[in-house]
Write a protein that binds this ligand. Structure first.
Ligand SMILES: NC(=O)c1ccc[n+]([C@@H]2O[C@H](COP(=O)([O-])OP(=O)(O)OC[C@H]3O[C@@H](n4cnc5c(N)ncnc54)[C@H](OP(=O)(O)O)[C@@H]3O)[C@@H](O)[C@H]2O)c1
Length: 314
């Protein structure tokens, strides 16, 4: 029997609706603010930032996009980040990557206040997540995957999760989230990468297999244990003359083959991608709530424990 298709599009829509209801309950002075900083005019980066801003506005988050020229100086960009750090109306700061080569990307990301770091890339947040903190801003893609698994009825607790890929954006924080104690965690985790010999022997051990490599066809049907849950993070363009754009998007998993073996599988597009954006909004609501509480102004809670949205899912 072909696998259940786990629709990230549907789950993300539900999550956004919950966030919209939460934000709508807040007094005007407490509405979360998200600032996105775009340097240069790369079409893909512009498209990503545009999607994030539209999604933010849709749920009622105040969204501010700051466009800077490709030749902006490092100090000027740093000044913009520092201005946003000091702005009480901004609770989340996202600097779209990659940055031009003349800018010290690490220094810029480290300049963002950890409590406004809605991408979860600041070393303070990375470190706190690595030591198991649950009240931390975690990177959006892996956090979105945990939420997707939970809401689709595939709780990772007690499962053997194999992650293929060890990047700082996906693989490593994914492992940290799944290893935490409590909701969304408590998994047994294995990480594989390009130096793993006999990848199939490792992936076949997985109850839940998460693939974040960036190469189409990395995981084929023979590499999946029958009944396993497969999460495909990859987004790859492959030529397709039959489409208007001349290409189509595929994941890292051979979808048609693997869906005949797996118990459940996420599609590309429509799987992990929409969850990443919804989680950015969730992180922004969480950041606003934490900042408000720290400043002693906390009254109405932005996080609704019953919905799970706006709080860390794990
Ligand atoms: N949908 C979303 O929201 C979203 C978000 C983020 C990323 N993505 C997509 O996810 C994919 C991965 O992104 P990333 O940023 O994590 O990529 P990355 O930084 O390039 O990392 C890729 C990882 O895959 C490993 N790898 C490469 N070839 C392999 C092979 N043949 N067998 C096993 N492992 C292999 C690499 O191993 P080494 O460490 O040994 O080099 C590395 O750890 C990309 O397609 C990206 O576009 C999607």
């Amino acid at each position: 029997m072909p696998a259940e298709i786990i629709s990230g599009t549907d789950v993300a829509r539900t999550l956004r609706a919950e966030l919209k209801a939460q934000v709508a309950r807040l007094p005007e002075g407490q509405v979360p603010g998200l600032a996105t900083v775009l340097v240069g005019d790369d079409p893909a980066s512009r498209a990503y930032v545009g999607m994030k801003n539209r999604a933010a506005v849709e749920v009622g988050i105040h969204s501010r996009q700051i466009d800077l020229p490709e030749d902006v100086s490092h100090d000027e960009l740093l000044g913009v980040v520092e201005g946003l750090n000091a702005d009480p109306g901004i609770h989340g700061i996202l600097v779209q990557l990659p940055l031009p080569r003349h800018v010290d990307e690490t220094a810029i990301l480290e300049a963002i206040l950890p409590e406004k770091d809605v991408d979860g890339f600041h070393p303070v947040n990375v470190g706190r997540l690595a030591v198991g903190a649950t009240d931390v801003l975690a990177p959006c893609t892996p956090r979105g995957i945990v939420e997707l698994l939970l809401r689709a009825g595939h709780d990772p607790a007690g499962k053997h999760v194999v992650i293929v890929g060890r990047s700082n954006i996906v693989g490593r924080p994914m492992a940290s989230l799944l290893l935490r104690r409590g909701k969304g965690g408590d998994a047994t985790v294995t990480i594989a990468h390009s130096r793993t010999p006999d990848l199939g022997a490792v992936t076949r051990l997985a109850d839940i297999l998460i693939v974040a490599v960036g190469r189409p066809g990395t995981v084929t049907a023979d590499m999946v244990r029958p009944g396993a849950v497969v999460v495909d993070v990859g987004v790859n363009r492959v030529e397709d003359a039959s489409t208007e754009r001349g290409y189509r998007l595929v994941g890292d998993v051979d979808f048609d083959g693997v869906r005949e073996v797996a118990g459940a599988i996420t599609p590309v597009p429509g799987g992990v991608g929409p969850m990443t954006i919804a989680t950015l909004l969730s992180n922004t609501v969480q950041a606003a709530e934490s900042i408000r509480q720290e400043s002693g102004a906390g009254t109405a809670s932005a996080a609704d424990p019953a919905s799970g949205a706006g709080t860390d899912p794990a």
